[in-house]
Design a protein around this ligand. Structure first.
Ligand SMILES: C[S@@+](CC[C@H](N)C(=O)[O-])C[C@H]1O[C@@H](n2cnc3c(N)ncnc32)[C@H](O)[C@@H]1O
Length: 261
């Protein structure tokens, strides 16, 4: 693993060990790796069903998400925020839209000294419970909210807003409403980070969003990161035939104008 600071390394290892213990207590490794294959094909081939919550339907897919994709999202997001100028400056409130198991916001918060609070929002009840467990594992103070990203009441300004691997699950009109909100918040000083896969199904809306973000003073990046995968992630990767030799992703980032106090 390549997260600087032994404390973060320790917390990351403990988080992975806890995930493994919990999710492999009720399902066998074979069941989880089979579910991972189904989940990965749902991400790649059946995007249209995701806005109806298909990705997290069933215990196997949920375990596969928590044990496989969430650690990858953690590692990628930690790498991204370390490399984006201004992303690791102290922040008071981190809002995570579509938090899932909380991996990406936990990753960002662990790279910043003194994040006081995470506000984690997801519509899926399992995700909310799982996210709370993740934040506990990292000793992060967080409140969770079961709500839709479009209609959720966000904390007042002076925040960093993250949406990682979530917006691609939304319908176009709903996603565009979120973009309007995020750009408006960034213009008023909030930091904004969107992370998505480099896959073709994202490209359909990405370039237009990139143009809007760049006009608002932000930037777009693509990432390709070689990391040593945690043992359970590498084992699932092999068993499901996915071959993640490197983690890839793309991001849209606006640093915001004012700093929080
Ligand atoms: C692929 S997961 C990503 C989770 C997490 N952000 C990460 O980086 O690992 C997508 C999450 O977005 C949530 N989601 C998708 N559309 C949503 C919406 N309209 N409102 C709230 N949550 C949503 C799903 O329930 C799921 O937990």
């Amino acid at each position: 693993m390549s997260i600087p600071g032994s404390d973060v390394d320790d917390r990351f290892s403990r988080w992975i060990a806890g995930l493994e213990a919990r999710h492999l207590s009720e399902l066998t490794f074979r069941e989880v790796s089979r579910a991972l294959r189904a989940l990965s094909s749902a991400y790649v081939e059946r995007r249209a069903t995701l806005d109806r919550g298909a990705a997290l339907s069933g215990a196997g897919k949920r375990a596969a998400f928590a044990l496989f994709y969430a650690p990858l999202h953690f590692l990628l997001t930690a790498h991204i925020v370390r490399h984006l100028p201004g992303a690791c400056e102290p922040l008071v409130t981190l809002v995570d839209l579509g938090c899932g198991t909380g991996a990406s916001s936990a990753a960002w918060a662990t790279q910043v000294s003194g994040t006081r609070r995470i506000v984690a929002i997801d519509r899926h009840p399992w995700a909310i419970v799982e996210a709370a467990a993740t934040y506990r594992a990292f000793n992060l103070h967080a409140t969770t909210q079961r709500a839709d990203i479009v209609t959720a009441k966000l904390p007042p300004g002076g925040a960093a807003i993250l949406a990682a691997f979530a917006l691609n699950e939304m319908e176009d009109a709903a996603r565009d409403r979120v973009l309007d909100t995020l750009i408006d918040r960034a213009r008023r000083g909030d930091r904004m980070l969107i992370v998505e896969p480099v896959a073709g199904f994202v490209a359909r809306w990405w370039n237009r969003w990139r143009d809007v973000v760049e006009r608002a003073g932000g930037r777009a990046d693509e990432w390709r990161v070689r990391v040593e995968l945690p043992a359970i992630v590498a084992k699932l990767d092999r068993a499901a035939g996915l071959r993640h030799r490197e983690i890839t992703g793309r991001s849209l980032w606006i640093k915001g104008k004012s700093r929080e106090s």
